[in-house]
Design a binder for this molecule. Structure first.
Ligand code: HEM
Length: 144
C-alpha cells in the first residue's frame, strides 16, 4: 500500500524540482541584464535565494528520498535501467549543485558566464528530463 504513495511523492517533487531547474537559469539571465550593484540586481539575489531555499533544495532532497525508497521497495539495485537512471540523475544533481554555486557567485557580484552561455545551459534540465523519463519507461522494457 505504501508503494503507490511513494510514487506520488516522487513524481510530485520531480515536477517541483524540474520547475525550479527551469526557472533558475532564466533568473540568472535577467539578473545579469540588470546593472551591477543596482536595486534590481539586489532583488534578483533575493528571488534566487528564495527559489533555492523554498523550491530547489527541498524538492531535490525529497525526489532522492522518495526515489531511493522506491528503489528499495522494488529492489531496483540489480536492474540495468536503474543504473542508467542513476547515472542521469547524478548528472542532474551535479547541474543543480553548479546552479547553487553560480547563484552565490552572482550574490557576491561576480558574473562569470555570458547570457548566451546561460541560455545554452538552460537546455540541460529539458534534455535530462527526456533521457530520464525514456530510461524509466522505455529503457525498462529492454534493460531489466
Ligand atoms: C534523484 C534520484 C531518483 C531516484 C533514486 C529515482 C528512482 C525511481 C524509482 C526506483 C522508481 C520506481 C520505478 C517503478 O516502480 O516502476 C522511479 C519512478 C519514476 N521516476 Fe524516478 N528517480 C529519481 C529521479 C527522477 C527524476 C529526476 C525524474 C524525471 C525527470 C524521474 C522520473 C520518474 C518517473 C516518470 C517514474 C515513474 C515510472 C513508472 O511509473 O513506470 N525520477 N524513480
Amino acid at each position: 500500500m505504501l508503494y503507490p504513495w511513494l510514487k506520488v511523492g516522487h513524481l510530485v517533487f520531480v515536477i517541483f524540482w524540474m520547475a525550479g531547474l527551469f526557472m533558475m537559469p532564466r533568473f540568472f539571465v535577467y539578473h545579469q541584464e540588470a546593472p551591477e550593484g543596482s536595486e534590481e540586481a539586489a532583488r534578483w539575489v533575493e528571488r534566487e535565494a528564495r527559489l533555492r531555499k523554498i523550491i530547489l533544495n527541498p524538492s531535490m532532497i525529497l525526489v532522492w528520498v522518495f526515489g531511493l525508497a522506491l528503489a528499495f521497495t522494488i529492489d531496483a539495485w540489480s536492474q540495468g535501467w536503474f543504473h542508467l537512471k542513476l547515472f542521469f540523475v547524478l548528472g542532474l544533481s551535479g547541474y543543480h549543485g553548479w546552479m547553487m554555486a553560480y547563484a552565490k557567485k552572482l550574490a557576491r557580484g561576480e558574473r562569470p558566464l555570458s547570457g548566451k552561455k546561460l541560455r545554452l545551459l538552460n537546455e540541460v534540465p529539458g534534455i535530462a528530463a527526456i533521457l530520464i523519463v525514456t530510461t524509466v519507461i522505455v529503457g525498462r522494457l529492454y534493460l531489466s
